[in-house]
Ligand binder design. Structure first.
Ligand SMILES: [Zn+2]
Length: 305
């Protein structure tokens, strides 16, 4: 079904249909438990490392656990919380937005404004001699419709978009209370980092900081690969899906990015249904069987036969 108007009707029907409410609540409660689990794993690695008196042999293992999983997947759930919310409970909201997501080192309010801007301009392809309106677009300044170099894009996204553009959006588009939230969230993040540093300096330097960098790299690769398609060759929408089972099952169907780009309002519980309607029309390059990170190393670095 390539007719976007018809597709939107289906998506809106699913969105407004109240019979899915219970199913959605169960789905969201599982996501809340997953976030708690990620947080618990990170704290557990700190406790184990400290109790065993900083064994160096655990450093690589704990960087893998935290960098590839417990910190990395926080980005997926920040995204869920931003779009549809994981809980109505104010205390849980506070815990998610101010505490656990802060461990990813990006203030939640900044992420919200930055991600809204991303959807507003929808990874746009710029006119000649111009920058894209979406400042995290993979076509950034490439009007030919080809995604820019991944390393360049990741450096731009991780260090300029996350910490300059996103914060700028809060200041220019937000209200005074958003700015206050942003400042307070930055203070909370710094306090949490100082606390971890004081609990165990070796863990902070050799496990926590490298894990954050690994998780950012992973997120950078995932976000790049979600939009790694030549604009003119893309069908239905200029984004890319990953059908990796674990990534979608654990990560709120984050791999069905074409559906999400078309209908950001739609809860991920409905994404597979819309995906079925567009799957056959997609270009092969938009249907990755593997996790985005695996596909990145296979495709972009030309490891694929
Ligand atoms: Zn989104």
């Amino acid at each position: 079904m390539s007719n976007i108007v018809e597709l939107k009707k289906v998506a809106l029907n699913l969105h407004t249909e109240r019979k899915y409410d219970k199913e959605i609540e169960i789905f969201d409660s599982k996501s809340r438990i997953k976030v708690f689990l990620l947080h618990a794993i990170l704290i557990l690695t700190l406790i184990i490392f400290s109790v065993l008196n900083n064994p160096l042999y655990l450093i690589p293992l704990f960087i893998i656990v935290n960098g590839f999983f417990s910190i990395a997947y926080l980005r997926v759930f920040m995204h869920s919380e931003m779009h549809w919310g994981l809980s109505e409970n104010k205390l849980v909201k506070f815990y998610l937005r101010w505490i656990v997501f802060g461990l990813y080192q990006v203030p939640f309010t900044a992420y919200v404004f930055g991600h809204r801007a991303h959807h507003r301009y929808d990874n746009d392809c710029p006119e000649s001699n111009q920058l894209s309106s979406d400042k995290q677009s993979t076509y950034l300044y490439e009007n030919s419709g080809k995604p820019i170099n991944p390393v360049l894009w990741m450096l731009h996204y991780l260090f300029i978009y996350q910490f300059f553009h996103q914060i700028k959006y809060v200041i220019t588009d937000g209200k005074k209370k958003d700015f206050i939230k942003l400042v307070l969230q930055i203070i909370v993040i710094i306090c949490m980092d100082i606390a971890i540093f004081n609990i165990n300096k070796i863990f902070f330097i050799y496990v926590f900081v490298p894990s954050i960098l690994v998780s950012w790299l992973g997120s950078g690769i995932v976000l790049y690969m979600m939009h790694n398609i030549e604009h003119q060759k893309a069908k239905v929408h200029h984004s890319v899906n990953s059908y990796d089972n674990f990534f979608n099952k654990f990560g709120d169907n984050d791999g069905l990015h074409i559906v999400h780009s078309l209908f950001p309002f739609l809860h991920p519980i409905h994404a597979p249904e819309i995906d079925k309607l567009v799957y056959l029309e997609l270009d092969e390059k938009q249907k990755l069987k593997e996790h985005y990170v695996i596909a990145f190393f296979k495709n972009v670095l030309n490891f694929k036969k």
